[in-house]
Design a protein around this ligand. Structure first.
Ligand code: SAM
Length: 440
């Protein structure tokens, strides 16, 4: 769950190109004369900087057009009274989704954008940045559907982006799943924010320094019955039906209070909740890759050790090909499927009891062992790669030498690819990491 807000650059995803640098409006207007009328230079000499009036919808739209053109070669056309997407903010959400998709990057990725708007901003950014992505984008609004379709064609992405008008009262229209085999890796959504005009006025009035940018948008874009909370709750309710068809359900949220309400709702529904700690991470999806380094193992020995541990936990595993981005770094990848929790203390005690009674009676007792055909509760990749850890120089050497020694070792990363329960994945990781070095 990510939280939509006026983001300061420090709230941004580290790979968002706008995270450290704000666009230079003067330079941008030199490149694109259409922006010039909206840029005023304030100050002089070294402190001179270009400013734009964010309350002017024409200026905002032109800025969006220019940033998309310069940084992504995307050409956009949207009506002046429609929601104008702030590029750094929309890119942030795409960066988080890209993180979540890293585990599957060796194959084609398919996502859904619920409520794509006239701009179709998420599919355009997602598919431009990721050549292996395809997206299906929905909306309920005729004009948005028309503009979104034209924006897709304008950018020659019609082979990879499909626009679907949602004519149902559902959020996930059945049409999205018409093909029996149709599966999606993720869905994303920037829901209409407000319950009604009063809610919108209250929200804008509540900002002590006034809204930072003009809040342009048609009533469809800005308002929905029950506001963003009910919209996302409906997504949660409908998600149970499509849980085998969509791997990751995600949504943006505008108000801090909405994040708390949705988290409580998910907890009540016993869905996976994403508890995230510090300021920046608070806005991020959970980390899906956990790793450690072992300096005693070569990658080959680490692979053997991994297989041995997985077999001890009765977790099925298969070799997997590294994708282009990983080749060169990752030596080997195993894909693992756990059909039940065999690593908790209680489970290990039960297994030990079973093994003992098997030894004593010569027959198996208790719970049957999981087989490869049981539905998995957890799937993950294990990526094993060579790693050169810097050795701590001892104090005496440090004083006399400035050479740092590198110790060869192996990095072992577990990437969560499927499952409902994050705690289960984390507990497996901790058990695996600790057993790895215990040499049992
Ligand atoms: C806040 S706007 C987001 C537009 C765009 N994704 C963006 O981020 O700039 C919400 C969009 O959701 C659409 N919408 C509202 N209810 C919907 C539904 N049930 N299914 C699909 N889209 C819906 C609205 O028409 C609007 O375009």
């Amino acid at each position: 769950m990510s939280k939509r807000k006026r983001e300061s650059t420090s709230d941004m995803h580290p790979s968002n190109p706008y995270s450290n640098t704000r666009p230079d409006f003067v330079k941008l207007s030199e490149l694109y004369p259409t922006l010039r009328p909206f840029v005023t230079v304030k100050g002089s000499g070294a402190s001179a900087r270009g400013v734009i009036d964010f309350h002017d919808p024409l200026a905002l739209r032109e800025l969006t057009y220019c940033l998309l053109k310069k940084d992504f070669s995307i050409e956009l056309d949207i009506p002046l009274d429609s929601l104008c997407p702030a590029v750094p903010n929309r890119l942030n959400y795409i960066c988080w989704i890209e993180d979540m998709m890293k585990s599957y990057s060796e194959r084609d990725i398919t996502g859904i954008d619920i409520g794509t708007g006239a701009s179709c901003i998420y599919p355009l950014l997602g598919c431009t940045r990721n050549k292996n992505w395809r997206m299906v984008a929905t909306d309920i609004d005729d004009r948005s559907i028309l503009f979104a379709s034209e924006n897709v064609t304008r950018n020659r992405l019609q082979e990879r982006i499909t626009i679907v008008k949602n004519t149902t009262s559902l959020i996930f229209a059945e049409e999205l799943f018409a093909g029996k085999e149709q599966r999606y890796d993720f869905c994303m959504c920037n829901p209409p924010f407000y319950e009604d005009e009063q809610d919108m006025r209250d929200s804008l009035d509540g900002k002590t320094d006034g809204p930072s940018a003009v809040c342009q948008g048609t009533s469809n874009e800005m308002m929905t019955l029950g506001g963003e909370v009910l919209f996302v709750q409906r997504m949660v309710d409908e998600s149970t039906r499509w849980q085998t068809r969509i791997r990751w359900f995600t949504s943006m949220l505008g108000k801090r209070s909405s994040v708390d309400r949705i988290t409580a709702y998910l907890k009540a529904k016993k869905a996976t909740t994403k508890q995230i700690s510090n300021k920046m991470v608070k806005l991020a999806p959970p980390k899906t890759v956990l790793s450690f380094v072992d300096t005693d193992f070569t990658p080959e020995a680490a692979e053997e050790r991994t297989k041995h541990l997985l077999e001890g936990l009765m977790i099925n595993h298969y070799p997997k090909k590294a994708d282009d981005a990983e080749k060169g770094d990752v030596t080997r990848i195993l894909h693992a499927r756990a059909s039940r929790n065999t690593w908790s203390r209680a489970a290990r005690r039960a297994l030990a009891r079973q093994a003992k009674s098997r030894d004593e009676s010569g027959t198996a007792q208790g719970q049957p062992l999981p087989d490869a055909t049981s539905a998995p509760i957890l799937e993950f990749d294990i990526r094993i790669s060579a790693y050169y850890a810097k050795k701590q120089p001892d104090a005496e050497k440090e004083a006399t030498s400035d050479t740092t020694e590198a110790t060869p070792g192996t990095s072992i990363a577990l990437a969560w690819t499927m499952g409902q329960d994050r705690v289960l994945f984390e507990s497996l990781f901790l058990h695996f990491r600790d057993s790895f070095s215990r040499r049992q």
